[in-house]
Design a protein around this ligand. Structure first.
Ligand code: ADP
Ligand code: ASP
Ligand code: MG
Length: 420
């Protein structure tokens, strides 16, 4: 007998029929004698619709009211699943974030979970009741509803799993696991991984693989929660992973590095279109310039990612180029313009027609030449690299967005990731 948290994403709860299918997965685990907590997303497309309504009501709106509106999608699905489960004879009740309560920071729209007292939930689970918990939402220090940022139900699920000391957190989605790259881009050749380490999954998620929200992987890594990414479209009565002995599919297990027998140098390729590039030309080349540029951006809470500083054409000044999230592009330009007197640049330009493509793998720690291989493969295809950044287990390049697919496909085969 085990304690499981099952999370179902938007496409898995897209309508009442799909919710019935979710109930079959839940009932299977209950019938097997497991204690089950379920975390749900809103129906596919619902959150987008709610966000659009807020913008329509007023482009600049109160973030606390935005959270009240966008959190509502999850309230509908948890109620519906509880109804369906009850009609199948399964003892179940729904929980909104504030009822658990899932306590978060006060940053409305992108709050972080700070505490979940699992005692009450555990008591119900031990009584055999299924807890159906609304993902994405929580309760802030101001006693108001918060949301965790897009894709946040993954984080709710892992946080609940840690709070109730679950044996595993199963993330049910519309693909049957984590692939070597987004299967929507490299359709035939992407390969499902049996296992991926927390570190690699963390890099992949933060570099654009939206199959798991980055924060959920961080939490899983800190609390050592085994996470299984699997498909809700698989037959609910089909083969199931074993909890004892060596793990066997279906799905991809996100786990500790040393639990992975077969290590690859490169485990995946990720891409992110959520990038905007800003260039400052002919900046006075003197100490303190980087601080003058990046200080005000940090104060404005704008995350700068890739940075390059280069000698200008005139040989006397310097050019500074960096990237920020697309959503912060206009704000970042305004912040820089506001600091023009201290930065002393001549020209500011920017573009959102860029994409960041990354090669990820823990094997890079001990193998040289991964970056060089990437650069020459892109050069052979005539793809110009605008910016580069590296860490111990990844190499990222910024390129023209028009080459996204070509770059991802090329790198996927160059590193031997293509399905044979
Ligand atoms: P959900 O609504 O279930 O949370 P998401 O749309 O957030 O689902 O995440 C699943 C999607 O993530 C898949 O449909 C797939 O296109 C995309 N994805 C991106 N990169 C990967 C990857 N490396 N492996 C699997 N899926 C990926
Ligand atoms: N419904 C929310 C969203 O679409 C949270 C989630 O699905 O994870 O972002
Ligand atoms: Mg998601």
């Amino acid at each position: 007998m085990a304690r499981l948290v099952l999370k179902f994403g938007g496409t898995s709860v897209a309508d009442v029929d799909r919710i019935r299918n979710v109930a079959r997965h839940v009932k299977r685990e209950v019938d097997a004698g497991h204690q089950v907590a379920v975390v749900l997303s809103a129906m596919a497309g619902k959150t987008n619709e709610l966000v659009a309504w807020c913008k329509e009501a007023a482009p600049m709106h109160d973030a606390r009211e935005y959270d009240v509106v966008v959190a509502s999608g999850e309230q509908v699905t948890v109620g519906l699943l509880a109804i369906v489960l009850q009609s199948m004879g399964v003892d179940a009740r729904s929980w909104c974030g504030w009822q658990v309560p899932i306590m978060t920071s006060g940053v409305h729209g992108s709050a972080r979970i700070q505490n979940i007292d699992g005692a009450h939930l555990i008591e119900r689970l031990e009584q055999g009741q299924v807890a159906v918990i609304a993902g994405f939402q929580g309760l802030g220090p101001d006693n108001r509803i918060t949301t965790l940022g897009r894709g946040g139900s993954d984080t709710s699920a892992v946080a609940v799993a840690a709070a109730v000391k679950a044996d595993r957190c199963d993330i049910y989605t519309d693909v049957d696991g984590v692939y070597t790259t987004d299967p929507r881009i490299v359709k035939e050749k992407a390969r499902r991984l049996d296992r991926i380490s927390y570190e690699e999954m963390l890099e992949s998620a933060s570099l654009g693989a939206k199959v798991l929200q980055t924060r959920s992987v961080e939490l899983a890594m800190v609390h050592r929660v085994p996470v299984l990414v699997r498909s809700s479209f698989d037959d609910p009565d089909g083969p199931q992973p074993s909890l004892e002995g060596p793990f066997t599919g279906p799905g991809t297990l996100v786990c500790d590095e040393d639990e992975i027998v077969e290590q690859h140098i490169v485990s995946g390729i990720a891409y992110s279109k959520d990038e905007a590039k800003i260039t400052l030309r002919r900046v006075a080349d003197k100490p303190g310039i980087a601080a003058a540029v990046f200080g005000p951006l940090a104060e404005a809470n704008i995350n700068v990612d890739m940075i390059v500083q280069d000698v200008s054409e005139d040989g006397r000044t310097t050019d500074v180029t960096f990237t920020v999230p697309v959503a912060d592009f206009e704000r970042a330009k305004k912040v820089i313009e506001g600091a023009k007197e201290t930065i002393e640049y001549e020209e500011l330009s920017g573009s959102t027609d860029v994409v960041k493509v990354s090669v990820i793998g823990i094997g890079m720690r001990s193998h040289a030449g991964v970056a060089a291989k990437m650069f020459s493969a892109l050069a052979e295809r005539g793809i110009n690299i605008q910016l580069i950044s590296t860490s111990e287990i990844k190499v990222s390049v910024l390129i023209d967005a028009a080459y996204t697919e070509l770059a991802v496909r090329t790198l996927h085969s160059v590193y031997g990731l293509d399905k044979q």
